[in-house]
Design a binder for this molecule. Structure first.
Ligand code: PEP
Ligand code: MN
Length: 328
């Protein structure tokens, strides 16, 4: 932890500040002292309790925590076993999740699921609870869609990734053998993160638009701290809107890959918002070292109730998988 001091701090004030720090962080070692003080890493619980008081000590300009100090579990957690999610026919383990944005009806979902499996998908997108910007937009089938998802999972042997927008949905997602997705809008919903951790099922955590690496890993830290080691991260770009900061943030994807052993995958569909851009962004993510992809793909994107513009057709998905195979 680095404590930056206000300029021109006098010796007497500095001594008082050091005494104040020693009182708040008993046993901690301090070094430096003119412009900044380095503190050896305190236990996260102690730091969590004392940080606000430390920041308030006279003479302190700012307090900076390293990633390791802020998210000790996320930076040291071993990679979870997620064999069930690996794409088929690839030389390397690579997570490949595919499916329509939302489950819409049984016939089209089952047909899509079988074709996606044949094309190489390792797991299915199975959105039932859709967090929509507009309350008038299709909200997903909700609880009544679980039967369809279970049928598709049985028919294909693939696990389903189902977004949870509230705590009440988690046990049903677990019963369906699913993986809970915490979407970009809920990355900072800390009560949902704690509940998802306690529910005891794998969790795919998307980065919120604009969130820093530290904020994203702190959300993963909630899952890990509350007992869930089966966490994967998903980069999905920096905007919800059609115009604006669209596109995968490959810099943050690489930074995440360099900071944690948890798998880091990419969702080029929500990042791009346009199917014409999806293959290029998907392949760029693979080249950047992503551990997997989540792709929106459906039987007929043209008639999808949501996100059709960014959804690949099944043949387009199959072509993309062939291109991924050449890289992996
Ligand atoms: C989704 O994957 O269905 C979704 C809503 O994405 P995001 O949370 O990244 O917007
Ligand atoms: Mn979508």
């Amino acid at each position: 932890m680095i404590i930056r001091l206000k300029p021109g701090i006098k010796a007497g004030k500095l001594a008082a500040l050091r005494r104040g720090l020693s009182g708040l962080l008993p046993g901690a070692g301090f070094s430096g002292g003119r412009g900044s003080i380095a503190v050896n890493t305190p236990a996260p619980e102690l730091l969590g309790r004392r940080l606000a008081e430390i920041e308030n000590l006279p003479g302190i300009a700012s307090v900076e925590l390293s990633l390791r100090e802020a998210c000790p579990l996320a930076v040291t957690a071993p990679p979870p076993e997620l064999d069930a999610l690996y794409g088929k026919g690839l030389r390397k383990n690579f997570i490949l999740i595919a499916g329509p944005c939302a489950v819409e009806d049984e016939a089209s979902y089952l047909a899509a699921a079988k074709k996606l499996k044949a094309a190489g998908a390792g797991a299915l997108r199975a959105g039932l609870f859709k967090p929509r910007t507009s309350p008038y937009a299709f909200q997903g089938l909700g609880t009544k869609g679980f039967g369809i998802v279970k049928k598709a999972a049985r028919a294909t042997g693939l696990a389903a990734v189902i977004e949870a927008t509230s705590e009440q949905q988690l046990s049903a997602i677990k019963n369906a053998g699913g993986i809970a997705q915490i979407g970009a809008r809920n990355m900072r919903n800390y009560e949902l993160l704690k509940a998802a951790a306690r529910a005891g099922l794998p969790v795919l955590l998307k980065r919120a638009p604009g969130a820093t690496l530290k904020e994203w890993l702190l959300s993963a830290e909630y899952l890990l701290k509350h007992g869930n080691g089966e966490v994967l991260l998903c980069e999905r770009g920096d905007s919800f809107s059609r115009s604006g900061l669209r596109g995968l943030n490959l810099n943050i994807l690489r930074a995440a890959l360099n900071s944690t052993a948890l798998p880091v995958i990419a969702d080029p569909c929500h990042a791009a918002g346009d199917r014409a851009l999806v293959p290029a962004q998907a392949l760029a993510a693979v080249r950047a070292g992503a551990d997997g992809l989540m792709i929106e793909a459906a039987l007929d994107p043209g008639t999808a109730l949501m996100d059709g513009r960014q959804t690949l057709s099944i043949p387009e998905f199959a072509t993309l998988v062939k291109r991924i195979r050449k890289l992996l």
